[in-house]
Design a protein around this ligand. Structure first.
Ligand code: FAD
Length: 193
């Protein structure tokens, strides 16, 4: 996780936070930047250190999780379906949106369509709810060589670019790279029999 430097290292005098917990810019744990496993470790730690307090703003899962979806019945690393997303669930949903946008992009995009997508990506990379992810994604797109700028001429090149963008994150997270020759089968046409 290349953003490890943005994880909490606890510069204050409180107990160290569990590994993987990423802080928001206001210094509070960022749920959408943190995996469910790290979030659970955090809420566990909080309940151990202040058992009587329900810790107003850092343990929404503990406060709102219904009994049927408690950590005890939900497999580790899985977010219950009716809880706020962690960084992984948010990521999966977002990649689905982004690749689907590429899959439905015009075969040949006119100037307006290219500008619209350029604008979307610009704002997306500022507003994505995991801020460390957004920062890295923006930096990647803005590589000084210009090599990572969105390729918006048409569906094929945009879909390939999106696949490369996703692979950049895959590499950062130590995940297997996806063979971009198959992006269209994965996201548009379905797999050949
Ligand atoms: P995902 O990576 O979410 O992929 C979903 C599906 O897409 C896969 O099952 C596969 O079928 C397909 N796929 C995989 N790779 C490709 C590809 N290259 N092209 C086309 N299809 C592909 N998480 C972090 O922890 N730290 C980050 O810094 C971070 N940055 C992110 C930045 C962005 C812009 C986004 C959208 C997400 C980011 N995430 C980050 C989330 C992360 O990428 C994953 O979504 C999350 O870890 C869940 O991974 P997954 O293995 O379930 O599959």
């Amino acid at each position: 996780f290349a953003s490890a430097s943005k994880e909490s290292q606890d510069g204050e005098s409180k107990a160290p936070l569990p590994k993987g917990v990423v802080l928001d810019k206001d210094g509070k744990p960022c749920r959408t930047c943190t995996s469910i496993a790290s979030w659970r470790a955090l809420t566990k730690l909080q309940s151990q250190t202040s058992p009587s307090s329900s810790s107003s703003n850092t343990s929404p899962a503990t406060k709102s999780t219904p009994a049927t979806a408690s950590p005890a019945t939900t497999p580790l690393n899985e977010t219950p379906s009716d809880c706020p997303p962690d960084v992984e669930q948010l990521g999966r949903s977002t990649w689905t949106l982004l690749h689907s946008m590429a899959a439905t992009y015009p075969e040949k995009a006119d100037t307006q369509q290219q500008q619209d997508m350029q604008g979307f990506l610009k704002f997306f990379s500022k507003l994505y709810p995991c801020w460390v992810c957004a920062d890295d994604f923006r930096d990647w797109m803005a590589h000084p060589s210009g090599r990572n700028q969105p390729k918006l001429g048409g569906r094929k090149e945009f879909g390939w670019w999106m696949c490369e963008a996703h692979n950049e994150v895959n590499r950062k997270l130590g995940k297997k790279e996806f063979d971009c020759r198959f992006w269209e089968e994965r996201w548009r046409t379905g797999w050949k029999d």
